[in-house]
Design a protein around this ligand. Structure first.
Ligand SMILES: [Zn+2]
Length: 208
C-alpha cells in the first residue's frame, strides 16, 4: 500500500538500554535525570518513555524518586555500602561488582571502598587508568534466575576480604549458586558490562 509514516510512539526493544545509559551519565555526573530531561534527551513521546521506565522498573534496573531517575546501570544517588571515589567525589553503587566494574570500564583513576560482609572489614582497591591493584579480595557473583536485578543480584554481589570469608558467608546463606571471582576476573566482566558508557568519563563525551 505504498509508504506510510507512523508517529514513533511505540517503544523499541533498545529503549530500556538507551534510557539506562543516559540516566547513568547524569547520575555519574552527580545529578538525577528528571523524566522531563529524559524526554528532552531522547526526543521520545511520553508514552514511549513511560514504557521504557516501566520495563526497567519491572526488571529492577531503575530507581525512581517522584519524577526523577536516581539510580541506573549500577550507580545511585542513595547512600549504599559501596562507593567509587574519583576526582574527589564519591559515587555510590548498587553492589561491589558495580563499584569495581565501572571505574575499570571508564578507564579512570579511582578508589573503590566497600565492606566484607563476613567480618565487616573495610576494603579498598586503588584503580589506575582502569586497572585495579593486585589485591586478594574475592567477589561473589550470584547465578540463577534473576527476575529483579536490584533485589536478586545486588543484595548478594559483594566483595569479601578472602575466599575463606566467601565460603563462611555462603554456608550461612544456604549455599546459593554462584561463583567467587578474583579482581582480574571481575575487571574483565566490568569492561564488558559497562562498555556502553565507557566514554562517560571523558569531558567531551567520547567518540561514537
Ligand atoms: Zn572478611
Amino acid at each position: 500500500m505504498g509508504s506510510k509514516v507512523y508517529r514513533a510512539v511505540v517503544a523499541s526493544p533498545a529503549d530500556p538500554d538507551t534510557l539506562s545509559r543516559i540516566a547513568f551519565e547524569a547520575i555519574w555526573a552527580g545529578a538525577p535525570l528528571s523524566l522531563r530531561g529524559a524526554r528532552a534527551r531522547t526526543g521520545w513521546a511520553r508514552r514511549r518513555l513511560q514504557a521504557a521506565v516501566d520495563q526497567l522498573l519491572g526488571a529492577g534496573r531503575l530507581e525512581l524518586d517522584e519524577s526523577s531517575i536516581v539510580g541506573a546501570h549500577g550507580v545511585t544517588l542513595r547512600s549504599t555500602a559501596h562507593r567509587i571515589r574519583h576526582d574527589g567525589v564519591d559515587t555510590h553503587t548498587w553492589c561491589a561488582f558495580d563499584a569495581v566494574g565501572i571505574p575499570v570500564a571508564l578507564a579512570i583513576d579511582a578508589v573503590v571502598a566497600t565492606n566484607c560482609p563476613t567480618c565487616g572489614s573495610g576494603l579498598e582497591i586503588a584503580i589506575r587508568a582502569g586497572v585495579p591493584d593486585d589485591r586478594p579480595f574475592v567477589t561473589w557473583m550470584p547465578f540463577g534466575p534473576c527476575e529483579n536485578v536490584i533485589r536478586d543480584f545486588y543484595a548478594d554481589a559483594n566483595l569479601f576480604c578472602s575466599k575463606e570469608h566467601v565460603d563462611d558467608w555462603r554456608a550461612a546463606a544456604g549455599t546459593p549458586d554462584g561463583a567467587a571471582l578474583t579482581l582480574p576476573e571481575i575487571a574483565a566482566q566490568g569492561r564488558r558490562v559497562w562498555s556502553d558508557v565507557a566514554g562517560a568519563a571523558e569531558p567531551t563525551g567520547g567518540v561514537a
